[in-house]
Design a protein around this ligand. Structure first.
Ligand code: SF4
Length: 80
């Protein structure tokens, strides 16, 4: 897995945020699960690092973390 996505707890349970995230991500990494954000793990590898999710949520609520290859872990987070 090359990407990890984290959503802050209060944002993850905010129905407005769940709706927004589900609407903006072009590769359906976020699902609006009855008003809660659910990360769709099967789609994580499709992330194109567009950062639309960062702009759709409160500042700092979403982190998209780039990870590369087990041993050589170069981890960098997209965040606002
Ligand atoms: S950076 Fe773009 S593709 Fe990746 S999770 Fe956010 S909205 Fe989806």
């Amino acid at each position: 897995m090359f990407i990890r996505v984290e959503v802050d707890g209060s944002a993850a349970s905010d129905p407005a945020v769940a709706k927004q995230l589900a609407a903006v991500c072009p590769v359906d990494i976020f699902d609006d699960d009855a008003g809660r954000v659910r990360i769709v793990d099967d789609n994580l590898d499709e992330c194109i690092l567009c950062a639309l999710c960062l702009d759709a949520a409160p500042p700092g609520a979403v982190r998209v973390i780039k990870r590369y290859d087990g041993d050589k872990l170069l981890e960098a987070a997209l965040h606002r």
